[in-house]
Each structure stands twice: as C-alpha cells, then as structure tokens.
Ligand binder design. Structure first.
Ligand SMILES: NC(=O)c1ccc[n+]([C@@H]2O[C@H](COP(=O)([O-])OP(=O)(O)OC[C@H]3O[C@@H](n4cnc5c(N)ncnc54)[C@H](O)[C@@H]3O)[C@@H](O)[C@H]2O)c1
Ligand SMILES: [Zn+2]
Length: 242
C-alpha cells in the first residue's frame, strides 16, 4: 500500500523489491510482482508538500520519456494536481499505466525498462553526494537529473533545440523543484566526486557511459556510447555556475 505520491506512481509498480545495504542503495533484492497494489490517493492529503513535489518529479518523467501530450497536460494542470481531486487521480492513473506498459515489455530490465532511469544517472550521483539525506530527496535529485539530461542532450549532443530543454527546466522550476546543481544547499560536490559516483552507478565501458538522452519532450532513448569526457566537460560547466 503505497502512501507517498512517489510510491504510488513509481516504486509500487514493476516488482522491484530491492532494499538498501551498507554498500549502497537498492542493492539487495529481487524482481517479484505483488498480487495486488492498493493506492489510496486520499492518503496523499496528509503528505508534506515537499514530499508531494518530489513525487511529482517522477510523474513529469513519464511525460518526458514517452508522452509529450501528458507533459503539456501537466504544464496546464499542475496546480489542480497539487490541490488533489480528479486531476491528481488522473495523473496517478496515467503514470501507473505508463510504467506498467514499459515493465510489461521488459520486466527484467534488459532493454526498454532503462528508459525509466531518465534523470537517474545524474540524480543518483547527486543523491549519493548528499549522503541520501534530507538535503536532497530522491525526487528532487531526479528533477535536477532530468534537467541536466535534457540540457546535455541539447547543448552537447545537438539532439533537440535548446528552447525545448529550457521548457522542461521551466516547468520543473515552476512547481518549485530544484533544476540546477547550485539549487542544492551547502557545499557542492567536486567534479571528481561526481564523475566517480556516475562511474559507480553506470559501469564505464571503454570510456563510454550509458545515459537516457532525449530527442525532444516525449522522445527519450537509451544511449550506450556517451563519451565520459563530454559528461565531464558538461558537469564542469554546470558546477562553475555557482
Ligand atoms: N523500487 C523502485 O522502483 C523505486 C522507484 C522510485 C523510488 N524508489 C525509492 O523510494 C524511496 C523514497 O520513498 P518515498 O518517496 O515513498 O518516501 P518515504 O517512504 O521515505 O516517505 C517520505 C516521508 O513521508 C512520510 N509519509 C509517507 N506517507 C505519508 C502520508 N500519506 N502522509 C503523511 N506523511 C507520509 C514518511 O513518514 C516519510 O517521512 C527513495 O529512497 C527511492 O530511491 C524506489
Ligand atoms: Zn526514481
């Protein structure tokens, strides 16, 4: 019975059951599907707004990775979603269907399921650098990670117009989510530390990394040949923004 927005739209769907260990997050587990998931959306009425906003980042993810129409609907209706009621229920239902469809195609994550990691490679590195603490919630890290993935796709890979990446960043910022490394309070992680964490999250093969990139809003894809030096250069610029 998921009680957070994040759990209702993401972790309760798909049968990943990993728990954290001394060596890191989500490391010990199995793929095991539940018999039933009860997502009572009325529970969300008491969820602190910061937690709700963090879950909203995963909701935006479904629009960004495969459904431009849903993203546009979120841009127009986010206030109603935060207020609760029919718009909130609709957004949750759309997200569950989107995730279930991807998982049904690829339960064990050998292909398409990796799309769900949009924003998570940069995000996990930032989350780890903050010690998985209240300084940066998972959803907040994902928001920054998705902004970075779209900016990287636009500025370093020339896959989409910069204005489209800016539209993604604008919506995340409008709802109050962080979108830049400098939005994280306290001392920023160093470039070496971030690259190290990215290397741990995604094994570097011959100087190349796997990232979820985008050709536009709603058109994410798995890119296995991202040059480590490009990522380093990009992050170095982002860290200099502070
Ligand atoms: N397995 C997956 O596929 C998957 C996907 C996404 C995220 N995750 C993981 O899930 C974790 C985050 O879980 P979460 O966002 O569900 O948060 P959480 O379980 O940590 O809860 C967040 C806070 O909200 C409180 N809370 C929960 N429900 C409430 C309610 N209805 N009313 C009032 N307060 C409530 C909790 O007590 C807690 O303080 C992250 O560590 C993330 O990595 C896993
Ligand atoms: Zn996530």
């Amino acid at each position: 019975m998921p009680t957070t927005l994040l759990a209702q739209v993401d972790s309760s769907v798909g049968g990943k059951t990993a728990i954290d260990s001394r060596h890191g997050k989500n490391l010990l587990g199995a793929f095991h599907q539940p018999i039933l998931v009860v997502a009572d959306t009325a529970l969300l009425d008491t969820l602190p707004v910061r937690e709700f906003r963090a879950g909203y980042a995963e909701l935006v993810k479904y629009g960004l990775l495969g459904d431009a129409g849903f993203f546009a609907w979120l841009e127009a209706n986010w206030r109603e979603i935060f207020e609760g009621g029919a718009a909130r229920d609709h957004a949750i239902a759309v997200s569950c269907r989107a995730k279930a469809a991807i998982v049904a195609r690829d339960e064990r994550e050998t292909g398409d399921r990796a799309l769900l990691n949009l924003g998570h490679t940069f995000g996990h590195a930032l989350e780890a650098a903050c010690g998985f603490s209240d300084r940066l919630l998972h959803g907040e890290a994902v928001a920054i990670g998705m902004a970075l993935a779209f900016e990287f796709s636009a500025t370093r890979q020339g896959l989409l117009p910069k204005a489209e990446a800016a539209r993604v960043v604008r919506h995340l910022a409008t709802v109050g989510l962080p979108t830049k490394i400098k939005d994280i309070l306290g001392t920023a992680p160093t470039l070496d530390r971030l690259m190290d964490l990215i290397g741990q999250d995604k094994k570097i093969r011959r100087g190349q990394l796997t990232f979820i990139l985008a050709r536009g809003i709603g058109s994410a894809f798995v890119e296995t040949g991202v040059d480590t030096a490009e990522v380093r250069g990009f992050l170095s610029e982002r860290l200099a923004e502070r």
